[in-house]
Design a protein. Structure first.
Length: 505
């Protein structure tokens, strides 16, 4: 489709400051009507801040915004929505107690002629939106009962319900499987055919180079370059993003595998309300010190349920046997797992990982209070020493360890959570899609960190929605399909095709 010559969005000289940091410094951007325009950059580059200014979440300190040639100064998201701008945030903002339809039309509820809620109309319209996304979730399902990927699709349906002419998508596939991402891409193409302008933030270069017409790169709050997709390459864009070349993530040196630390035998997790009857069935595995065991599978395959059960955070109704260091265990609470030397980074950072009212230091040191307290009081000097060491090791970008955790980018928040668990010095670390929302540079740092930790004897179980990530990091990969273990593959045996075949078995 040829792009319109008229500009849907013009941003000139946009500057935004937060305490201790300049998030955007004189950034300019022009997006044509009907264009799919990718915004790329590392975490903290200013991508989300720029899009939040466009959608009325933030107001710029300096600069001009024009929509279809008209100057705008949005002071709220409602004003932006009225002007035809909608944003799909990376962080989920659903009301968990409400059903899907109520979330989609929250604040814009349909009413009958008598002024009462028209639940039937909202359910029917929600169903159409979900069908557009090829999503099978019921409009009557309670939002809090959905997995992260399905909640993300509901967020997308919510934005589409606004019938906006300009849609901002901030890492929309970060929680989606490959199949769900493919369905979203088809939806994006249909929206473009209708004339919708799409600004698309993503760290996934393959995704960007499939769908984008043009690409803008930000780095450290500054505009680096805007170019046609056909005039550049993923390697070149990555270089602009980080200011240096990122080598391929390859670990050629063999990691020495130690003794078996964790053993699972015939683990079954019942699911009485489901026709299948189980979330997990007869799962058996061994985890050695110094190795990374990858867990592959489609959404709903049981990856998260497996890790939650091992961590004592799942339903206590499981049967089977779990042993740690040769001793049978049955954790009833995550604190028991933590005390035994198991840590877990959850897939839902906002809901299950962050404490938004606490600063960076408190979020990182939270599970290490025995090291930082004396007579019931936190020793600030000790806490700051531990946290500073963790921030340095994980590469967290923050103006201060006492900055608000919510002021950090999503990737830096995730690195804080990983740092929190590393301070507990675990023997086994469970990583549930740990690089979701993390940029290519930060991924390289995180991969190297995980590799180094394993060389020091840490045992890791890793799930990921990105098969290349599993293939890069894992010594072995097990594949789950609808709660069953369908394959176990060594590093030399594992290929994307074999994994996909086993995941759909």
């Amino acid at each position: 489709m040829s792009l319109s010559h008229s500009a849907a969005v013009v941003m000139r000289g946009i500057t935004k400051r937060f305490p201790g940091v300049v998030a955007l410094d004189d950034v300019s951007l022009t997006v044509a009507r009907g264009e799919i325009h990718a915004i790329c950059g590392e975490n903290g580059a200013g991508k989300s801040t720029l899009m939040k200014i466009l959608s009325g979440v933030y107001q710029p300190d300096e600069g001009v915004l024009e929509i279809d040639g008209d100057p705008k100064h949005f002071v709220s998201t409602r004003e932006a929505e009225n002007a035809g701008v909608a944003i799909i945030h990376q962080e989920l903002n659903l009301v968990e107690e409400l059903n899907v339809a109520s979330n989609i039309y929250l604040g814009r509820e349909r009413q009958t002629a008598l002024g009462v809620l028209d639940d039937k109309a909202m359910v029917l319209e929600s169903k159409k939106l979900l069908e557009l996304l090829e999503c099978s979730v019921s409009p009557l399902a309670i939002a809090g009962s959905l997995r992260v990927g399905d909640q993300q699709l509901v967020e997308i349906a919510k934005a589409l319900s606004l019938e906006a002419s300009i849609v901002v998508m901030d890492e929309p596939t970060s929680a989606l499987t490959e199949a769900e991402s493919a369905r979203l891409e088809r939806t994006i193409y249909r929206l473009r055919e209708r004339g919708t302008t799409i600004l698309y933030i993503s760290h996934k270069m393959d995704e960007v180079f499939r769908i984008a017409d043009r690409i803008t790169v930000l780095r450290d709050g500054q505009h680096i370059r805007t170019t046609n997709r056909s005039d550049t390459s993923p390697e070149e864009v990555t270089g602009w993003m980080v200011g240096r070349e990122i080598a391929g993530h390859e670990f050629h040196h063999h990691r020495e595998r130690g003794n078996v630390l964790l053993t699972v035998r015939k683990l079954t997790l019942p699911w009485p309300e489901h026709p299948r009857g189980y979330r997990l069935k007869d799962i058996s595995l061994d985890l050695h010190a110094g190795e990374i065991l990858g867990v592959a599978g489609l959404m709903g395959a049981g990856r998260t349920e497996l890790l939650e059960t091992l961590f004592g955070a799942g339903e206590p109704t499981w049967t089977g046997q779990i042993s740690l260091n040769g001793h049978s265990i049955r954790f009833c609470h995550p604190r028991e797992a933590c005390a035994a030397g198991i840590g877990m980074v959850t897939e839902d950072r906002k809901r299950l990982g962050l404490f938004s009212d606490l600063d960076v230091a408190a979020n990182i040191s939270l599970c290490s209070l025995r090291q930082t307290t004396q007579w019931g009081l936190v020793r600030r000097v000790k806490e700051e020493s531990l946290v500073t060491e963790s921030v340095s090791a994980t590469g967290v970008k923050t103006p201060s360890i006492h900055a608000a955790i919510t002021g950090l980018s999503g990737g830096n928040q995730q690195k804080c959570i990983i740092g929190r668990w590393l301070l507990t010095k675990p023997r086994v670390l469970l990583l549930d899609d740990p690089t979701r929302g993390i940029d290519v540079g930060a991924k390289a740092e995180l991969y190297s960190l995980i590799d180094q930790l394993c060389r020091e004897g840490l045992a890791v179980i890793l799930t990921s929605s990105e098969l290349p990530e599993l293939l890069t990091l894992s010594d072995r990969i097990i594949v789950l399909a609808e709660g069953r273990l369908t394959a176990e593959l060594s590093r030399s045996q594992a290929t994307e095709q074999r994994i996909v075949e086993a995941a759909t078995a």
